[in-house]
Design a protein around this ligand. Structure first.
Ligand code: SF4
Ligand code: SF4
Length: 88
């Protein structure tokens, strides 16, 4: 399931425009919000997001290291007050 790391989302809505599924992703309070019940997990939103705010569960940094380069310790928002998403 894709999920939005809200502290990275800057509200540009590029993901909303890129999504091929009407209504699967929308802006809520200036953050992207994914409706997982209709999202097809095509990955388009992840591809276009300039801040890598959209992650899929298999890219969840809580499950394995960030693949976005840099590695552990210097990632944005890694460590510290991360809470486990836990819902998927
Ligand atoms: S493309 Fe990324 S930064 Fe822009 S609104 Fe979507 S999730 Fe947020
Ligand atoms: S994974 Fe695809 S269907 Fe799901 S929100 Fe992103 S762009 Fe839309």
């Amino acid at each position: 399931m894709p999920w939005v790391k809200e502290d990275l989302c800057k509200g540009c809505a590029i993901c909303v425009k890129a999504c091929p599924v009407e209504g699967a992703i929308e802006m809520k309070d200036k953050k992207a919000y994914i409706h997982n019940e209709i999202c097809t997990r095509c990955g388009k939103c992840m591809e276009v997001c300039p801040t890598d705010a959209i992650r899929s569960n298999y890219e969840n940094p809580a499950l394995r290291g960030s693949r976005m380069g840099g590695g552990r310790g210097m990632g944005r928002g890694m460590g510290h007050h991360r809470h486990d998403p836990g819902e998927w």
